[in-house]
Design a protein around this ligand. Structure first.
Ligand code: URA
Length: 320
């Protein structure tokens, strides 16, 4: 993990600076790309091409400045990395939400589970920890974010995602109207820090997974966002790579699951920010599609997730 790295503050590094504005910028770029490719295909001479490029650029600027336009038909709006068509359907009320204990009981059960985790010695990681990191967020979240495991700062504070990658995660979530304070819960595959921030071993993941499964049952989130390969592979029980997993719709116990890159990967490689933004949009759209459905989250929480959507995009970026 790279919690000691300093995020870049230029260009696509704007996740760190102004996540909502980044959405508008991408929309403008997508609109421009779309307009330019149509124009270039139809021009007969270079003068004509130049004129059309100017016109297209002006039209794209005007469209980008407009308030939200009606949603495009899904098939026309999306390209290779676009959400699979069954993603929105997966946002219907989950079996987990229907069978979750009522919030009062769930809160008490969650606290009892926390106490068990804090004194757990089920694997070797317990010996090296300062604090076990149970999780943080609201008790009936719209989204449960699952990371890999605590880093040095998380181990010190006993809270998930509080280092540099956590700050980026918060900004990514904020870009689609989510936060751990209002409508998310953040947890990890393993609750104790692996030495030297190494990947948790299969046995360590297996020992800890029942705690996360129980958290999922009690929290009954409307969607799960896996931050990184380890989280996605462990929860989905697969060895497939994150590049493939992130482009497909998944569900766990009836709860729609979106996989994306770990924020620390985004801090290491700026080019992953664009595809990560596509993943967030997929999550946002999935939540918006199911915003009226019964399930976890109060009306206020659902509104926060669904009501802050940036304008729809006209094109799709290349995959990572
Ligand atoms: N990375 C993770 O996967 N989880 C944390 O809690 C912090 C960094």
């Amino acid at each position: 993990m790279t919690d000691n790295e300093t995020p870049r503050a230029d260009g696509l590094g704007a996740f760190e600076e102004r996540a909502p504005d980044l959405a508008a910028l991408y929309q403008a770029l997508d609109t421009l790309e779309c307009a330019l490719s149509t124009t270039m295909r139809s021009a007969a001479t270079s003068e004509e091409l130049l004129d059309r490029l100017k016109e297209a650029s002006a039209r794209a600027a005007a469209r980008a400045a407009e308030p939200e336009a009606p949603e495009q038909p899904a098939a026309a709006a999306e390209g290779p990395a676009a959400p699979p068509r069954d993603a929105a359907a997966a946002a219907a009320p989950s079996a987990a939400a229907a069978s979750a204990p009522p919030p009062e009981t769930a809160g008490a059960e969650l606290e009892a589970l926390r106490a068990r985790v804090l004194s757990c010695a089920a694997c070797g990681l317990a010996a090296g920890r300062q604090r076990a990191v149970f999780g943080q967020g609201v008790s009936r979240p719209v989204v449960l974010v699952v990371g890999e495991g605590p880093g040095a700062e998380e181990d010190r504070q006993g809270l998930p995602f509080v280092g540099a990658s956590g700050q980026l995660l918060d900004k990514m979530l904020a870009s689609i109207g989510l936060s751990r304070g209002a409508n998310c819960y953040i947890a990890n595959i393993v609750k104790c820090r692996p030495p030297n921030n190494r990947e948790p071993a299969p046995g360590e993941r297996a020992a800890c997974l029942p705690y996360l499964k129980e958290q999922i049952r009690l929290l009954a989130p409307r969607a799960i966002l896996c931050a990184g390969r380890t989280a996605a592979q462990t929860l989905l029980g697969t060895t497939e790579g994150i590049n493939r997993l992130r482009t497909r719709a998944h569900a766990l116990e009836g709860i729609p699951l979106v996989a994306t890159f770990h924020p620390s990967a985004l801090l290491r490689d700026e080019t992953l920010k664009r595809p990560a933004w596509e993943d967030l949009k997929r999550l946002r759209d999935l939540l918006a599609a199911g915003a009226g459905a019964a399930g976890a989250g109060t009306a206020e929480e659902k509104g926060a997730a669904a009501g802050t959507r940036p304008a729809p995009e006209a094109g799709a970026p290349a995959d990572a």
